[in-house]
Design a protein around this ligand. Structure first.
Ligand SMILES: Cc1cc2nc3c(=O)[nH]c(=O)nc-3n(C[C@H](O)[C@H](O)[C@H](O)COP(=O)(O)OP(=O)(O)OC[C@H]3O[C@@H](n4cnc5c(N)ncnc54)[C@H](O)[C@@H]3O)c2cc1C
Length: 291
């Protein structure tokens, strides 16, 4: 299976923010919906895995069988009345700045989230009081069979870091956002800058991570629970719990997915023992983690 946009045996560590992960059996990087359709046509029968910027993924060292489709090169932003039509691969930080400068309010919260628009819509990503569910009107998806569908916000059934798109065999190609045009760009840019600076003060951006590893359980911040168990700075192989924010695990250089996975299990066990709270991962685990 040759071809320009279909590669064989590609290390996915180059496609995740944690810089870990084994090989994709096949990897496709479509640059347009037409290319995506061509890829889907050739993929009949192969298991499919979807990737945006890979900023919320722990991919097994053993890699992923089948076809991995990465949507980060689907680009384009279109404005219509109070709606923005964003191709799935658009980087969120870039989009947040672009909208603020244009005087379109409503996405200033997203500036510190290093994912794509597609990944945001799937994860219901959020920060600083905002989240995808506040502004997503709906998404265009393609099914594995290559069929185009429109899913309304109601179909997505948004809740905390969750949507119906998770684990569904549909690939997001476009995200439609409803925002507030006609606002003062200087005000929006300032708010975006403050959000950006706050994030860089309170979270570690200097080493590879996936952002928050665990979901916040009701009533507590996961980072606080982990910190109170004494984990800040704790290291397993080349994976380390951040000194700055205990819900971040950093790759100090050359960490394996297995090390990160085992560190997560260690944290879960200790938090369970100390707090009787079972932490659930926010990061998506992909591939084989049976050790
Ligand atoms: C430093 C750092 C800070 C972060 N801060 C935050 C934060 O404040 N708030 C927050 O919510 N998250 C945060 N994250 C996590 C992450 O950025 C978000 O979850 C983001 O929405 C993921 O987008 P992505 O494009 O990287 O998706 P990926 O990680 O590539 O994928 C995430 C999920 O979406 C699916 N997916 C991605 N693209 C598509 C598509 N086109 N079609 C179908 N499925 C798709 C994948 O299969 C997977 O299940 C942070 C991460 C880092 C590294």
């Amino acid at each position: 299976m040759g071809g320009m946009n279909w590669q064989v045996g590609v290390p996915l560590s180059n496609f995740t923010s944690w810089r870990v992960g084994g090989k994709a059996e096949f990897l496709a990087l479509p640059r347009s919906v037409a290319e995506l359709q061509a890829v889907l046509e050739r993929s009949q029968g192969l298991p499919l895995t979807f990737l945006g910027a890979g900023s919320n993924l722990l991919i097994s060292d053993r890699g992923i069988p089948g076809l991995v489709i990465c949507t980060k090169y689907l680009r384009g932003v279109r404005f219509e009345e109070n709606r923005v039509y964003v191709a799935a691969g658009e980087p969120l930080p870039k989009l947040a700045w672009q909208l603020a400068k244009r005087g379109w309010g409503g996405l200033e919260w997203a500036v510190g989230i290093p994912g794509t628009a597609g990944g945001m819509a799937v994860m219901n990503a959020g920060a600083q009081g905002g989240c995808a569910a506040d502004c997503v009107v709906g998404v265009e998806v393609y099914t594995a069979a290559g069929e185009r569908q429109w899913l309304d916000k109601a179909d997505l059934q948004y809740s905390y870091r969750h949507s119906q798109l998770q684990g569904r065999n549909a690939i997001v190609t476009e995200v439609v956002l409803q925002l507030q045009p006609g606002q003062d760009p200087a005000f929006l840019v300032e708010r975006t800058r403050q959000n950006y600076e706050h994030r860089h003060r309170t979270q570690p951006y200097h080493l590879p991570s996936c952002g928050s590893v665990f979901r916040n359980p009701p009533d507590y911040a996961a980072g606080w629970l982990i910190d109170r168990c004494g984990f800040k700075g704790y290291q397993l192989g080349q994976a380390q719990v951040s000194e700055l924010h205990a819900n971040f695990i950093l790759n100090l250089g050359g960490a394996r997915a297995r090390e990160i996975y085992e560190l997560m299990e260690t944290i879960k066990l200790k938090v369970w023992e100390q707090w009787a709270i079972l932490l659930q991962p926010e990061v998506k685990l992909i591939g084989d983690f049976s050790y």
